[in-house]
Design a binder for this molecule. Structure first.
Ligand code: UDP
Length: 252
């Protein structure tokens, strides 16, 4: 067996060298972390569900002309992606108050915002991903002013599209986080959506009952995380047939 070359291991994913120089293999782990990895667990099946759901959302985005890193799903845990230079920002879009924003500003969870709100966090675990302004982003050269404007446009388009997808299956998109990277197409730079879009990176509430179907189940000890993720996959018709113990078989 040929040994893969590991490029990077994060909290929930591993990146391996891909078959071509501008590709990578993204492996979804079953590890769940919250509060900057202070809370940890291994939840069987989480990786496979995130792999399939991220594929589903990324394909939807490409279908309306929003470029993403997704190329092809390889198996239940892995996908082939375009390699890009990640802009060191977590881009959060919120439709309803929740999580850190509710805490910071004392706004009741679930309060509808008068319009979608885009926030930027500097991707730095040691600093606990601090909230930053556009001035910091341009001032510290994390992105140019032109890139920042494009990032805002992309973030709001993603919000419109994913909100619509969720609405069609009776799910409210409360908020989500995306990461964006620079991809060089010959000498031209293009911004593409990277990382993942999954219940790990979105807050998803059932439209009728308000039940949480995302990582808050784990953060707040609300029950079995997998039940929420499975429900999301089921509503989109992408729930895998295999049992999770079979899905575990894919080797690292
Ligand atoms: N989020 C994420 N990764 C992070 C921080 C946040 O995917 O490192 C997502 C989170 O799941 C939620 C949104 O971004 O959907 C907004 O998160 P928030 O700022 O409220 O922080 P949290 O309460 O999750 O710490």
């Amino acid at each position: 067996m040929i040994k893969r070359q590991k490029i990077y291991e994060g909290k929930a994913k591993i990146l391996f060298k891909g078959p071509d120089p501008d590709t990578l293999i993204q492996y979804f782990k079953d590890d769940a972390t919250a509060f900057n990895a202070e809370k940890k667990a291994v939840i069987e099946g989480k990786g496979a569900l995130n792999n399939i759901l991220s594929e589903h959302f990324m394909k939807g985005l490409s279908s309306i002309g929003i470029p993403t890193h997704f190329l092809q799903r390889l198996n239940m845990r892995e996908q082939l992606i375009k390699s890009c230079e990640i802009i060191p920002l977590e881009i959060v879009v919120r439709n309803f108050a929740a999580g850190s924003m509710s805490q910071r500003l004392g706004v009741k969870e679930g309060t509808k915002l008068s319009r979608p709100l885009v926030e930027f966090y500097f991707k730095n675990d040691e600093l606990n991903d601090p909230l930053v302004t556009e001035e910091h982003i341009v001032g510290f050269n994390w992105a140019t002013q032109a890139e920042l404007e494009e990032i805002m446009t992309i973030a709001l388009r993603v919000n419109d599209f994913i909100s619509g997808m969720m609405h069609s299956v009776n799910i409210k998109l409360v908020d989500f986080k995306i990461e964006i990277g620079r991809f060089f197409d010959n000498e031209f730079e293009k911004l593409i959506i990277a990382d993942e879009i999954s219940p790990d990176s979105c807050r998803l509430w059932d439209s009728l009952s308000g039940e949480k179907l995302d990582k808050d189940i784990f953060r707040q000890d609300l029950g079995n995380l997998i039940d929420g993720y499975r429900e999301v996959a089921k509503r989109f018709g992408v729930l895998p047939n295999q049992s999770f113990s079979e899905l575990k078989e894919v080797t690292k």
